[in-house]
Ligand binder design. Structure first.
Ligand code: BES
Ligand code: ZN
Ligand code: ZN
Length: 505
C-alpha cells in the first residue's frame, strides 16, 4: 500500500472514502470534521442530534456525499471519550475505519490525523498512530486460504493536512508509523505461520531476508557451532526434535563506543512440552511460541530503517521442543553456556533454558543493556490477561525506560516483582539450580531464573505468553482490536521505541 501526506483541503482531495473523527459526547464537531459537516450542509450535526452518529471508540458511520465534496464517501470514526483517549485509541479508530472502508470496496482512502492535541498527543505521534493503526488494521492472517478470501487490497492511504507548518511533523510520524506497522505485521506473519512451514531453519532464512533488505549484519550459528561454544541449554531443548536448531544473530551498528542494546527473543517454533508433554487442548497454539523471536527480528528491522544512534544486537535462539527418542528428560542435568548447571524438573519449562544461553551470548557480544521477550509462562497470562504484557527487571531506571517506551508505542505493560525470597524455589540438591518453581507465582520464578544469567547489567524481561496471540474464546475484545485474531506482533513497537528513546529521540 502506498502511503503519503498531502497538504490541502480534505473536501477537495478525491478518494473512495474520507475518514474524519468524532469524540464521544461532542454535539457540534469542530476542526476538519466541522469543515466536512459544513460542506455537507450540516449532515453530521444533524445525524449526531438524531442519535445516528456516535463518537464511541470503534463505532463508524458511513455517509454518501452525493457529489458535494471530492471524496465519494465520508466515514465518521468514533475516538471515544476525551479523558480515556490515548495513542492506542487513535490507532484503533484508524484501524477500524480502514478495515470498514476496504470491506465497502474502497481502494484509495484519505484521512485526517486522529487525535492531535487530545490526551497530550502531539501531531507527530498522532500521525504515527493514525498510519500504524491503518497498516495494522488492514493486515490479513488468512495466509493459506484458497477460497473465501475477502477480495481486494487497499492501494493508497493519504493523510491530508491543511496547515503547512504541521506537514514536516506529520511526515515524520507517518514514516515511523509505516515502518512500525509493516514490521509488526511481518512479525504477525512469522507468528501465524504454522510449525510445519516455520521451522528454525525457515525462521533463520526469514531473518536473512530481513538483513538483506535492510543492511543489518547477520550470523547464524548451527548445532555444531553451538556444541563447540557449550550452549547446553539450547542444545538440550533441541535434542528431541529432527529439526536442527539455529541461533540467529542480527546486528545494527551505529558506531564504536556507543552503548549496545541486546534484544533476546524466544524462538520456539513449536512447544509440545517435550517429555513433560502438554495436554492436547490448545497445543496447536504452541506454534506461536516463537513470537518473542519474531518481535526481535522485526524490531531490528525497524531499527535499521529508523537509524537511531545506538548499537543493537538481536539474539534469537530457535528450536522445537519435541518428545523424540533422544529428547532431554526430567531429572537431566544440563550445563549452560555460562557454566551454570540446571536440573530439569519439567521439559516444558524449556524457554528459560534457551534464553539463559542467549543472554550469556549477548553479554559476550558486548551488550550493555538487555531486554528479553518470551512467551514464557501461562502464569503470566493468568495474571494479566491477553492485553497486558508482564515486565520484570533488575534496574529501576532501565525498567522505567522500557515502560515509558511501551506507553509511547501504545502497548500495555505491567510490572511484576522479582522477590528475592522466591529464589529458594529454584534451589536444587544436585545442580546450581532447578528449572521449575512452585505453581503459584510461576511468572516470577521464570523471571528470577533468567536473572541468574544477566550478571548484574540492566535487564528487563517481557513475558508475552498472554499477549503474543489472540483467540476469540479467550479474548472477545480482540474482535475490535487493531491486531484482530492470531499473532499480534506484540513487542516490536516497544522494543523499537526503546532503541529510539535510548538514542535520544
Ligand atoms: N510456551 C509455554 C508458555 C505459554 C503458555 C505460552 C501459554 C503461551 C501460552 C512455556 O514453555 C511453558 O510451557 N511454560 C510452563 C512453565 C512452567 C512449567 C514453569 C507453563 O506455563 O506451564
Ligand atoms: Zn514454550
Ligand atoms: Zn514449554
Amino acid at each position: 500500500m502506498e502511503i503519503r501526506v498531502v497538504q490541502g483541503s480534505i473536501t477537495e482531495v478525491e478518494s473512495d472514502g474520507l475518514i474524519v473523527n468524532l469524540l464521544d459526547g461532542v454535539t457540534s464537531p469542530g476542526g476538519a470534521t466541522g469543515a466536512v459537516d459544513r460542506a455537507l450542509d450540516g449532515m453530521i450535526t444533524e445525524l449526531i442530534r438524531a442519535g445516528e452518529i456516535s463518537g464511541v471508540l470503534n463505532k463508524t458511520t458511513l455517509l454518501h456525499t452525493g457529489g458535494k465534496i471530492a471524496p465519494k464517501r465520508v466515514l465518521v470514526a468514533g475516538l471515544g471519550k476525551s479523558d480515556e483517549f490515548d495513542y492506542a485509541a487513535a490507532a484503533k479508530a484508524a484501524a477500524t475505519a480502514a478495515r470498514f472502508l476496504r470491506e465497502k470496496g474502497a481502494r484509495a482512502i484519505t484521512s485526517i490525523v486522529h487525535g492531535a492535541g487530545i490526551g497530550g498527543l502531539n501531531p507527530r505521534d498522532a500521525a504515527r498512530a493514525t498510519v500504524e493503526g491503518t497498516v495494522l488494521g488492514l493486515y490479513r492472517g488468512d495466509l493459506y486460504k484458497t477460497s473465501d478470501k475477502e477480495p481486494g487490497e487497499m492501494e493508497r492511504f493519504t493523510i491530508v493536512e491543511r496547515d503547512p507548518d504541521k506537514i514536516p511533523d506529520i511526515e515524520a510520524g507517518t514514516r515511523e508509523g509505516h515502518i512500525l506497522g509493516d514490521a509488526t505485521n511481518d512479525a504477525r506473519t512469522l507468528g501465524n505461520e504454522p510449525s510445519n512451514t516455520m521451522t528454525p531453519a525457515v525462521l533463520a532464512d526469514r531473518a536473512r531476508q530481513v538483513a538483506q533488505n535492510t543492511g543489518l549484519e547477520i550470523e547464524i550459528l548451527d548445532q555444531q557451532r553451538m556444541a563447540e561454544l557449550g550452549m547446553g541449554g539450547l542444545l538440550s531443548v533441541a535434542q528431541g526434535s529432527t529439526q536442527p536448531p539455529k541461533l540467529i544473530i542480527l546486528r545494527y551498528r551505529a558506531g564504536k563506543d556507543k552503548p549496545a542494546l541486546g534484544l533476546i527473543g524466544k524462538g520456539l517454533t513449536f512447544d509440545s512440552g517435550g517429555i513433560s508433554i502438554k495436554s492436547h487442548e490448545g497445543m496447536h497454539r504452541m506454534k506461536y511460541d516463537m513470537s518473542g523471536g519474531a518481535a526481535v527480528i522485526q524490531a531490528l528491522r525497524a531499527v535499521a530503517e529508523l537509524k537511531p544512534d545506538i548499537n543493537v544486537v538481536g539474539v534469537v535462539p530457535a528450536t522445537e521442543n519435541m518428545p523424540g527418542g533422544s529428547a532431554f528428560k526430567p531429572g537431566d542435568v544440563i550445563k549452560c553456556l555460562s557454566g551454570k548447571t540446571v536440573e530439569i524438573i519439567t521439559t516444558d519449562a524449556e524457554g528459560r533454558m534457551l534464553l539463559a544461553d542467549a543472554i550469556t551470548y549477548a553479554i559476550q557480544q558486548g551488550a550493555t543493556h538487555l531486554v528479553d521477550i518470551a512467551t514464557l509462562t501461562g502464569s503470566c497470562a493468568v495474571a494479566l490477561g491477553n492485553n497486558i504484557t508482564g515486565v520484570m527487571g533488575n534496574n529501576r531506571e532501565f525498567t522505567n525506560r522500557l515502560m515509558e517506551a511501551a506507553r509511547l508505542a501504545g502497548e500495555k505493560v505491567w510490572e511484576l516483582p522479582l522477590p528475592p525470597e522466591y529464589k529458594e524455589q529454584l534451589k536444587s540438591g544436585i545442580a546450581d539450580m532447578r528449572n521449575l518453581g512452585s505453581r503459584y507465582g510461576g511468572a516470577l520464578t521464570g523471571g528470577l531464573f533468567l536473572q541468574e544469567f544477566v550478571e548484574g547489567i540492566p535487564w528487563v524481561h517481557m513475558d508475552i505468553a498472554g499477549t503474543a496471540y489472540m483467540t476469540k474464546e479467550e479474548a472477545p475484545e480482540a474482535a475490535d482490536s487493531y491486531t484482530e485474531l492470531g499473532a499480534t506482533g506484540v513487542g516490536v513497537r516497544t522494543l523499537a521505541m526503546l532503541a529510539l528513546r535510548l538514542a535520544g529521540r
